[in-house]
Design a protein around this ligand. Structure first.
Ligand code: SF4
Ligand code: SF4
Ligand code: SF4
Ligand code: FES
Length: 940
């Protein structure tokens, strides 16, 4: 594809019917009320010259280049700030406006370095284009007067430069940072000739509040803000539309290339999830795909203490098949299995679970979603009948009260956070339920109405107390409940019990009853109340209970089934939703049909020509236990680093060390690969063709930007392993896999690559009833018919703070890094975060003699690790917090085996710990847990 340049209509679109008719340069056009003359002209096919206007930002009217004449009006109004009126007659190309525009452009050019031929933006510069458009031929003022040509370039940001000598002070960057990103990092300092863009108070970009989202770079019409990669490699010449492979927001990007080299990732305006916005990870952190650490040739070894031996693909695939078959023959099909990855495409996940069920002959397939959002699937299925979030992201623009529970969107889901912040700045109310004072609680122009700073592990008590207020104060939506739900009476009796009152909950949760009552009233009385949540809800021993508790609350308040409401899981990884949809749980086939469902199983058996087991297989933790017991011996790990990401790492490592065959398919030799016998190189998202499904059930196309560096597609490798094991599997292209998925999965019935290419993206269910997909679920009826209220007793976790372990550790992510950091640590994002730190309240630190930056030992009942302390008032007393992006931090050596009662999702968010200044001899010597264990020869 050639370089895709999206049209720029100058000002944002307005909603409503095209009720205003006007004439622009003799062309008739009808547009919605409130549309600018500039946009109407563009829609009529007339481009009015512009510099300070762009259609992602509100009009500003500063450059005076877009002047027009309007019949019956005096002067030459700016078309970007002038709204249309019925019957208006506009002239955009009169001698008068042409002269004015030429003069304006002359002024700009007289203070601009005329180095167009060597400028990195040559060919992609609006100033250059506009000079041509207005027909500028000479600059009468000369170039000798005062100018900014000697301004110093700020190169502090690792991804883009700021060259003020090229700045035309149009303020598009400032407005992009304010309006789109919501960080307010930039200002225009000074006036007139002195005006200049400034990050913070005269700081560099790196020292400012800037979060490197790239919105300003994209908005800049000149080369003032320019990607370093463009400066180094030159302007790209072609683009491929694909999807970010980091978080569950699922942003669409134009991967822009020069020849075969990826120059930059530019957010796609038509992307349904992001509509042209991005965060630092998707926009800039793609360098890992070409990092020298990538392993590109398959490797095998007999024992994990042997050195790796590079082999060709045939030998590697043959080794996996032979050794898996050997184990199966000796110990039965139940001794082998696989873990699929939420990082991989739907098509890849589908073929892995098919390989397990059809070629391995077991249901021993589980997914890394087990350790993050499995309670979402369970809880929403029980209450609503579908294991997925209810809304599209756009819906937040209609929310009047937004409740964020156990999620930190500005770090974890930044592009959605920007959308949410836009709504909050318009006046929506905000309730934050989180032990930590996350950025949303107070950020520029945003302040939470209520921050319910609960003790970790008490979510259910909080949501029950909110529901208690709704029911006992008569705030329930009686008609919604009567028409759409069942089980309300029984649930209402349960929740009305005095033990669920905010007053009874206060000593348990630490949330003042008055505050909780006020928050509950605010949510219940809002015309539209929306709940957004994350792993702070699911990764608890009562994760599933909490999901059902939130569903109860939403149903009781009638907050389901329309814009602006709903229960919205913010999914961590790019394809968590998809991995779950594709049948990679041991008990479910694609589309969440239980393996014991004879009719569902028959569909697959007929298509696959095999017999499937009606009993669920092993979950990930069961696989580990069985490995230690000796009954589970062969594991295929597809794109997941379980040795770093799963809880109680010592247990995981012991299980891995006990297995006869561990096969790892990944980009890098990760921590798990230290225990592998076969390593199969994976492909980065830039090398993949397929689909990801984001948190709003949106199926997005992933398109290959380059060929797989290892020479093989992952879906094909899996098919070849299955075939070598005696179960023939073959596809020529991933579109055929999607066709198969659609043929066996009712919610995907209408999905195909052709359709996705035609419409851009589709939110499932997509079938005969909803051929264009389903942005909002449960509109007239719940998927299960009636929404079901489920009583949610609060059963506290067994993990308690004690005298020995008096603090509670909770964990999370930061913006610049991603999960176990395998990708982001191999990019310039390390400029923002070089190590995991332990956030601790000043009082807790003082009690222990800890000062900022001290190395501290963190011990739980299952393990210990060392981190540097960061004294932080974001924490309440009694709670400490860290991230888990570096293997050396060994955060998961501390986390316990407690897990959600329904799904086994680990309780990452509550671990009783003690923190003490580190004794010099107990440091980690720069080793990860896997390395320490191997060095200690605890495993063979
Ligand atoms: S990169 Fe983003 S956060 Fe930084 S200044 Fe630009 S718009 Fe603002
Ligand atoms: S940096 Fe770019 S966007 Fe910002 S004011 Fe200057 S020219 Fe305009
Ligand atoms: S918000 Fe998520 S999907 Fe979007 S660019 Fe950032 S990491 Fe990628
Ligand atoms: S584009 Fe209208 S004033 Fe700049």
């Amino acid at each position: 594809m050639t370089l895709l340049k999206e049209p720029d209509f100058g000002t944002p679109a307005k909603d409503g019917p095209a009720s205003v008719s006007l004439e622009v340069d003799g062309l008739a056009v009808s547009v919605p009320e409130g549309t600018s003359v500039m946009r109407a002209a563009a829609l009529a096919g007339v481009d009015v010259p512009k510099l300070c206007a762009t259609d992602s930002l509100e009009a500003f009217g500063s450059c005076r280049l877009c002047l027009v004449e309007i019949d019956g009006r005096r002067g030459t109004p700016a078309s970007c700030t002038t709204p249309v009126a019925d019957g208006m007659v506009v002239r955009t190309q009169t001698p008068k406006v042409a002269k004015l525009r030429e003069s304006v452009m002359e002024l700009y050019i007289s203070d601009h370095p005329l180095d167009c031929l060597t400028c990195p933006a040559n060919g992609d510069c609006e100033l250059q284009d506009m000079a041509g458009a207005v027909g500028l031929r000479e600059v009468r003022y000369g170039y000798d007067g005062a100018n900014h040509l000697d301004a110093v370039v700020d190169q502090s940001n690792p991804y883009f430069d700021f060259d003020p000598s090229k700045c035309i002070a149009c303020s598009r960057c400032v407005r992009a940072c304010d309006e789109i990103q919501g960080t307010f990092a930039l200002t225009i300092e000074g006036r007139g000739f002195e005006s200049k863009v400034s990050p913070g108070a005269g700081e560099s970009f790196m020292d400012s509040e800037c979060v490197s989202c790239g919105a300003c770079v994209q908005a800049c019409p000149t080369a003032t803000l320019q990607e370093k990669s463009v400066i180094q490699l030159g302007m790209p010449s072609r683009s491929v539309i694909t999807t970010c492979a980091y978080c569950g927001v699922g942003c669409s990007f134009k991967a822009e290339l020069r020849g075969d080299e990826l120059v930059r990732m530019v957010p796609h305006k038509d992307g349904g999830a992001n509509e042209g916005h991005s965060c630092v990870k998707g926009r800039f952190a793609f360098g890992y795909a070409t990092h020298p650490d990538r392993v590109l040739r398959p490797m095998v070894r007999d024992k994990i203490t042997d050195p790796w031996r590079e082999v060709d693909w045939d030998e590697a695939i043959g080794t996996v098949a032979r050794r898996m078959l050997d184990i199966k023959q000796q110990h039965g099909a139940g001794a082998i299995g696989a873990i699929t990855s939420s990082r991989c495409t739907n098509e890849e996940v589908y073929v892995v679970q098919k390989m397990v069920r059809a070629a391995f002959g077991s249901n021993n397939v589980d997914t890394c979603a087990r350790v993050c959002h499995s309670p979402t699937g369970y809880g929403l299925k029980q209450t609503f009948g579908e294991s997925a979030g209810t809304q599209d992201f756009k819906s937040v623009a209609q929310a009047d009260v937004i409740m964020v529970i156990g999620a930190n969107p500005t770090d974890g889901h930044p592009v959605f956070a920007s959308r949410m912040k836009q709504r909050l700045r318009q006046g929506a109310n905000l309730i934050v339920v989180d032990p930590r004072r996350i950025d949303l609680v107070r950020s520029p122009h945003i302040e939470a109405d209520h921050h319910l700073q609960l003790k970790p592990g008490t979510n259910v008590a909080v949501v029950n107390a909110m529901a208690h207020v709704v029911v006992t104060e008569g705030l329930a939506d009686q008609s919604f409940v009567a028409d759409r739900c069942e089980g309300f009476e029984e649930w209402a009796r349960f929740i009305s019990g005095a033990e669920h009152s905010p007053e009874a909950a206060e000593p348990i949760t630490g949330v003042p009853a008055v505050e909780l009552r006020a928050a509950a009233r605010l949510y219940a009385q809002a015309p539209n109340g929306a709940i957004y949540y994350g792993l702070g809800v699911t990764e608890h021993s009562q994760g599933s209970t909490m999901v059902m508790g939130m569903a109860n609350l939403a149903m009781a308040c009638g907050n389901i089934g329309r814009d602006g409401v709903g229960i919205n899981p913010l999914r961590g990884q790019n394809n968590v939703q998809g991995a779950c949809d594709m049948g990679s749980f041991p008990h479910e086939l694609s589309g969440y049909r239980h393996v014991s469902d004879d009719a569902a199983r028959k569909v697959f058996e007929n298509l696959w020509g095999t017999t499937l087991l009606p009993e669920p297989g092993l979950r990930i933790p069961n696989m580990f236990d069985a490995a230690i017991e000796g009954t589970f011996r062969g594991l295929f790990v597809h794109g997941e680093d379980i040795a770093q990401s799963d809880p109680n790492v010592k247990h995981v490592l012991a299980a891995l060390g006990a297995m006869e065959l561990v096969v790892v398919q990944d980009l890098f030799l990760n921590e798990t690969a230290k225990f592998a016998h076969v390593f199969l190189p994976g492909a980065s998202f830039l090398e993949k063709d397929g689909t990801f499904t984001n948190a709003e059930r949106r199926i997005n196309r992933v398109r290959a930007v380059m060929k797989p560096k290892s020479g093989q597609h992952e879906w094909d490798i899996v098919s070849q392993i299955a075939t070598a094991m005696g179960y023939p599997m073959h596809y020529d292209h991933p579109s055929q896999i999607m066709d198969e998925i659609a043929s066996v999965t009712p919610t995907f019935a209408g999905v195909s690559f052709d359709k996705l290419d035609e419409v851009g993206s589709i939110q499932w269910p997509c079938d005969a009833h909803a051929p264009e997909g389903t942005p909002i679920m449960h509109v007239d009826a719940f998927t299960r018919g009636l929404g079901r209220f489920v009583p949610t007793p609060f059963v506290p976790t067994e993990e308690r703070s004690t005298r020995r372990f008096p603090l509670i550790l909770t964990t999370g992510r930061i913006l610049s890094q991603y999960n176990v950091g395998a990708q982001t640590r191999r990019t310039a994002n390390i400029a923002w975060h070089q190590e995991d730190l332990l956030e601790i309240h000043p009082h807790d630190a003082e009690d222990r003699g800890i000062t900022d930056g001290d190395e501290v030992t963190l011990a739980s009942r299952v393990g210990e690790t060392t981190l540097r302390a960061q004294i932080s008032e974001r924490m309440p007393t009694g709670v400490v917090y860290t991230t888990f992006h570096y293997p050396i931090s060994g955060t998961n050596v501390l986390t316990t085996e407690n897990s959600d009662w329904a799904t086994n999702c680990p309780e990452y968010k509550v671990t009783a710990v003690q923190v003490a200044l580190t004794h010099p001899v107990s440091g980690r010597n720069g080793q990860s847990d896997a390395e320490r264990l191997l060095a200690a020869e605890l495993v063979d």
